[in-house]
Design a protein around this ligand. Sequence first.
Ligand SMILES: [Zn+2]
Length: 404
Amino acid sequence: MAESAGAGTTLLLRGGRVVDPAQGLDGAYDVRIRDGRIDTVGANLPADGATVRDVAGLLVLPGLIDGHVHCFHGLGPMIAPDTVGVSRGVTTVVDAGSSGHTTFGLFRDHIMAPAKTRVLAYVHLSTLGGVIGPEYENLGDPRLIDPDGIAAVVEANRDRVVGVKVHAITGAMGALGLEPMRQARALCDQLRAPMMVHIGETWSQEPAKPVHQIVEFMQPGDILTHMYTAQRGGMLDGTDRLHPAVQEARGRGVRFDVGHGSSNLNWGVAQRLLDMDFVPDSVSTDGSYRNLHWLTWDLPTVMSKLLGLGLPLTDLIAMATCNAAAQIGRADELGSLAPGRVADVSVMRLEEGDWKAIDSQRQERVLRQRLVPVFTVRAGEVIQPRALEPQPPPTPAPHHAATT
Ligand SMILES: [Zn+2]
């Protein structure tokens, strides 16, 4: 049976390094969990009858949030939420538009409900959702955009739906050009919900939508994902410069997310943007079967890749906790170990030692440190990690190979 600090039980995590950016905490503290909630965070707390776990030498973090995954398991290449969630040190995952308003009920009842991991979602602007991937021109057909239908589902599921997802690429929007962006803008204004926007043209041979045109549709609180893509339509122009409209978008409060995925983390692009001090607001895997078993692995691995690029650990922890929580409108509920919150805790080891990491273009780098989940506490229950079986990378599609 799983060890638990559910109703009537107490668990004490003793002697770890607690990093909780939301509370400005970084130091040696104990964490007491009672009845599935955070009871106290403090130095040298008495055992007081609690089950004590010695976590000396480990990082004790607010439950990590992976703000961009594809977990409509059973549909196309999508993974189960726990595979990328509690099994890998992550207590909340946010599905980025795998369901649309006609498929959300299925997603809610059959994916969200049974998962141990907390699952939230952006509903796709397409009636059907992302289905099996953005290569479908599902936003290029006006019959597959139904703002009233989406609005009804969002309103009825505010507890689980955090916004609307749009693939702002020619491969998805097809002949409708930027019209889906206009419709998404109107819908998000009406709903007062953020839109998450995918950039990076992986699947189409048509000209990409320039990012400076896309960000014109984005307002404070909206999220641009795949900021480190090397695909056409990415953040940098042909001379490696950032378009002023993108900088302006950040200035007015548009957020920028990593969204590693199969195609969208490139060492060179990331380095160039970091050199400009253009850092992510949030870090995410964009995890699916297409990338999980050979490239992205899990959120701690994606964080480790950015650590290797020079981002400070505490900044990365903020990105995966309080920043990610704010991004989905849950800052008062998730992303902190504040007393009274649901006891979602990620206990990690920062391993020292060389390991080989690759980017989406399969370029190798040797990195020095790696975050590894040791155990996860989800609503007071202790869950052990489960490793993913390595699998060979898929053969790149010919049009994919043509990109840098
Ligand atoms: Zn995605």
